[in-house]
Write a protein that binds this ligand. Structure first.
Ligand code: NDP
Ligand code: GDR
Length: 397
């Protein structure tokens, strides 16, 4: 699905001598992690705002674009295809720089990550490479792209003058430079620091993933202060949806509820049920990402519902919704406990509410029910395949 050849967005593409009338100017967004949960919601949101969205995907032996297939339009349909996919990996600095030079985005959203906390204990080196150094590679690509192309919005005031200028002037012009960059930060950075957690709460990361996100956070702050890049950290608390990866606890539970209700499974193995999380709806949270980049000044924001629930409470609502008792089905398996746990996350998002005018629309129970509804439908479709002999019921997610 990614383009095989790239053309710069300027210049004649129709091969005719007479210049075609310029197309209406759309803002261009570049999204890493577009195939993930948030990437898919953000792309829908930006397309709704009239953006052209370019997503970076990594090569895999199978297509992994299930979450965005419904908005994909063949690129040969140039009028309608406003989402474009390109191969690139956060491990590949030259590919990132190349994509910036060709796509010339107005806004960059860095959502790509090895995003599973428990898995980061298994593959810490890789996690750091993608989550921490990957963010640094992208920031550096943005910085060097600006330096090479002079793509600042202040002319003739260039980057070199900007770097030389005094601090006061720098602060004044920062928000007008190109380089709108969003970094997907995480409440995991707070780790063991007790709630409520806000922008001023100290970080105490409890996993290689969280430590890597802290590094990415500070790289982003540093590139903002050193080079005037309009770079924002969104410190987002857990957000879920029917598109959530199936090995995160919420989706693991709602998938099991659907399958147990339909008779495809009877047990669900989980780890620590007492951990509390501030769970919101991913569709609401991508709006906050966009809002951060529309402000006069770059800054960092906590995004949260401000309500915490334990895994056990999630189980109660999810199983109860379909008339089941979770205690009849859940078994504890030690393998799902983490070497160091994050016990209690509950955000204070008053800054985002005040400055961005953002607030969540979907509440906890509505979120759980939305996920169970979708996973019941999915289980029904699976059952058809199982009954027809095309699928093994034991083939659990
Ligand atoms: P997902 O795990 O659903 O998506 C991660 C995305 O990153 C996928 O598109 C994945 O591609 C891509 N990716 C992974 N490794 C690389 C790589 N080496 N190069 C390029 N792309 C890569 O995460 P979410 O959508 O849930 O989260 C989005 C971001 O927000 C992540 O950075 C996450 O850490 C952060 N975050 C998430 C929160 C949440 O509750 N969801 C809360 C706070 C922060 P592929 O499809 O090929 O695997
Ligand atoms: P989290 O999400 O670690 O908060 O990271 P996850 O759903 O994996 O865990 C939440 C809590 O549930 C407990 N838990 C289990 N977790 C999983 N995955 N599987 C289980 O079987 C299980 N049993 C209990 C965990 O111990 C934990 O306390 C998510 C990711 O999206 C990160 O990328 C993001 O940065 C943070 O949210 C905010």
């Amino acid at each position: 699905m990614a383009s095989e050849t790239d053309k710069p967005r300027s210049g004649s593409e129709n091969g005719e001598d007479s210049p075609a009338p310029p197309p209406p100017k759309r803002k261009i967004a570049l999204v890493t992690g577009i195939t993930g949960q948030d990437g898919s919601y953000l792309t829908e949101f930006l397309l709704g705002k009239g953006y052209e969205v370019h997503g970076l995907i990594r090569r895999s032996s199978n297509f992994n674009t299930q979450r965005i297939n419904h908005i994909y339009i063949d690129p040969h349909n140039t009028q309608k295809a406003l989402m474009k996919l390109h191969y690139a990996d956060l491990a590949d600095a030259s590919a990132l720089r190349h994509r910036l030079d060709v796509i010339l985005p107005d806004e960059v959203y860095n959502l790509a990550a090895q995003s599973h906390v428990a898995v980061s204990f298994e593959i810490p080196d890789y996690t750091a490479d993608v989550v921490a150094t990957g963010a640094l590679r992208l920031l550096e690509a943005v910085r060097s792209h600006i330096a090479a192309t002079g793509r600042t919005h202040i002319r003739p005031f260039g980057l070199r003058d900007f770097i030389r200028s005094d601090k006061k002037l720098r602060e004044k012009v920062t928000h007008r430079l190109f380089g709108w960059y969003y970094q997907a930060g995480s409440s995991e950075m707070f780790g063991s620091t007790p709630p409520p957690q806000s922008e001023t709460t100290p970080f105490h990361p409890r996993s290689p993933y969280a430590a890597s996100k802290c590094a990415a956070h500070w790289y982003t702050v540093n590139y903002r202060e050193a080079y005037g890049i309009f770079a924002c950290n969104g410190i987002l608390f857990n957000h879920e949806s029917p598109r959530r990866g199936e090995n995160f606890v919420t989706r693991k539970i709602t998938r099991a509820v659907g399958r147990i209700k339909i008779g495809l499974q009877s047990k669900l193995f989980l780890g620590n049920l007492q951990a509390a999380r501030d769970w919101g709806f991913a569709g609401d949270y991508v709006e906050a990402m966009w809002l951060m980049l529309q402000q006069e000044k770059p800054d960092d924001y906590v995004v949260a519902t401000e309500e915490a629930h334990t895994v056990e409470e999630f189980l109660g609502v999810a199983f109860g919704y379909v008339g089941l008792n979770w205690q009849d089905h859940v078994l504890i398996d030690k393998r799902y406990f983490r070497p160091t746990e994050v016990d209690n996350l509950q955000g204070d998002s008053s800054k985002a509410r005040k400055v961005l005018g953002w607030k969540p629309k979907v509440g906890f129970e509505q979120l759980v029910k939305m996920m169970v509804d979708e996973d019941l439908e999915l289980a029904k479709r699976e059952k058809v395949l199982v009954d027809a002999g095309y699928m093994d019921a034991q083939q659990q997610p």
